[in-house]
Design a protein around this ligand. Structure first.
Ligand code: GLN
Length: 500
């Protein structure tokens, strides 16, 4: 039987197999991860809340099920770190904001319910940029998270708690949300795997809204197969989300098990290179292109000229939607209430609460969005951004008429030092240059590790983009690339991370 520490090094698939065979119990696995959290999370700060009792109760239920001879699901007993943007009944949900401090949701998000139904053990809630606005987790009201590769650097954002939990072996599975890149960019800079499914594939019911036409929950893991197993557990139609897709979920687990690129046509997005891209990132990306050729894919260059405008369009659309979505935090309905001393009007209490409860970046976006939507400016800003969105969708359509998937670096640089871009929102926004087009068009995309940048020894992410509803292609290509790299390196990239 493996020692306690070894249990945290297993993949989710291996963990589930050992629990199902009776080699270990779900309680042992959960305790090993809770011990690991106790040992390292003071340094990493991946979790905002650890639900020790809840996790052990879920684990015991799995062990009881097995004892009764009931069949266990493919992820039964596997621990998971949940981004603190999904509501969890009876367990705090803050979205990384002071405005929801102390709020205990009375209901589970659909995603939370599905995880529980799959017998996944939810260890706790992970740190994030406030309302998922950011690329570094420095915008959390509860302090930053460190990158396990170098604790002085950012773990990506907004889902930095989830990516850091995976990379520091505090959980083999995690959940993120991706509005402009918040699953993929954290995956890239921590040497983990993250998938933004097709928009509408994973229910948004109970996921605190940032920009509803872009927000999408998705799986984070250390391997492509683990991400696929989690993908199938959380995806699928939900009548409680009006934008949920009512169609069968693509067979991503089967695709991840196949892992093959022979005969595929792969497009390299020409626009995602050049100035601002770190040399080591481009070097590893170009090696990935060569690898795909060696594996039998046909790689061609593809031009998507409108992608150059994606960032500008995103920073009008996302703030516009957030200015509307965040109006509900009025001090009356949830969480924080400031200045309610019996002498002030409701409007004043709302204003004082929002002043105290929201951080700078959230305020900046609410102001930007309110301005962009105001009469007289609407056509010039919001209207134009929506037109760019259509152009981007057309660029993708044209590209996917001739290739099966597109590839690019996930993010232009490796993990930057905490504090380096904190006072420069525009520099921060550049982290999502390559990820945003897929949110605007609603298609599916993955980031997986493709090596360490020679100049700083930090992980580089390879992005794979597939058409909407063709999420299985991400896993087929991703699994082939992963297997080839593991073969070449003789181990998984994360094994090169310094021990904590
Ligand atoms: N970094 C981007 C932003 O700040 C994307 C965030 C996200 O995907 N949630 O909006």
């Amino acid at each position: 039987m493996p020692g306690t520490t070894d249990l945290t090094k297993l993949t989710a698939a291996e963990t589930a197999a050992r629990i199902a065979s009776g080699e270990v119990t779900a309680v042992q696995v959960t305790e090993a991860h809770l011990d690991r959290i106790a040992a390292v999370d003071e340094k990493v700060h991946a979790f905002l809340h650890v639900d020790r009792e809840g996790a052990l109760a879920q684990a015991r239920a799995v062990d009881d099920k097995r004892a009764r001879g009931e069949k266990l699901g493919p992820l039964a007993g596997v621990p998971l770190a949940l981004k603190d943007i999904f509501t969890t009944k009876g367990v705090p949900t803050t979205v990384g904001s002071k405005i929801l401090e102390g709020w205990i949701p009375p209901y589970d998000a659909t995603l939370t319910q599905r995880l529980k139904a799959a017998d996944v053990v939810i260890l706790g809630k992970t740190n994030m940029d406030e309302f998922a606005m950011g690329s570094s987790t420095e915008n959390s009201a509860y302090g930053p998270t460190g990158n396990p590769w170098d604790l002085t650097r950012i773990p990506g954002g907004s889902g930095g708690g989830s990516s850091a939990a995976l990379a520091s072996y505090q959980a083999p599975l995690a959940i993120g949300t991706d509005t402009g890149g918040s699953i993929r960019q954290p995956a890239a800079v921590t040497g983990t795997v993250g998938v933004k499914p097709t928009y509408g594939a994973v229910s948004r019911y109970g996921m605190v809204a940032f920009s509803s036409s872009l927000d999408q929950g998705g799986p984070c893991a250390r391997t492509v197969l683990d991400a696929a197993l989690l993908h199938e557990a959380i995806a699928g139609h939900d009548p409680l989300d009006s934008t949920s897709i009512d169609a069968p979920v693509p067979s991503v687990v089967a695709a991840a098990r196949e892992g093959d690129v022979a005969g595929l046509r792969i497009g390299v997005v020409k626009e995602f290179s050049g100035e601002g891209y770190q040399a080591g990132v481009m070097q590893r990306f170009n090696e990935s292109v060569e690898l795909l050729r060696e594996l039998g894919a046909e790689v061609v260059e593809v031009s998507c000229p409108s992608f150059d405008r994606a960032l500008a369009a995103y920073y009008l659309i996302a703030p516009s939607e957030c200015s509307s979505n965040l109006a509900r935090f009025d001090a009356m309905r949830y969480g924080l209430r400031v200045g309610d001393d019996g002498t002030r009007s409701a409007e004043d209490v709302t204003a004082l609460t929002r002043e105290a409860g929201f951080g700078d970046e959230v305020k900046r976006r609410i102001m930007l969005g309110t301005y962009a939507l105001s009469s007289g400016y609407y056509d010039a800003y919001y209207g134009s951004a929506q037109k760019v969105r259509t152009l981007i969708a057309r660029d993708f359509e044209r590209a996917f008429a001739s290739v099966d998937v597109l590839i690019s670096p996930t993010t232009p640089t490796t993990a930057f030092p905490i504090g380096e871009r904190a006072d420069d929102p525009l520099a921060m926004y550049l982290a999502d240059l390559c990820t945003i087009p897929s949110n605007l068009a609603g298609n599916a995309a993955m980031s997986l590790p493709c090596g360490l940048a020679p100049e700083d020894g930090l992980p580089v992410g390879l992005q794979i983009i597939a058409p909407a509803m063709a999420d299985d292609r991400l896993y087929r290509v991703g699994a082939a690339v992963e297997a080839a790299f593991v073969d070449r390196w003789g181990h998984h990239l994360l094994e090169e991370a310094p021990a904590l």
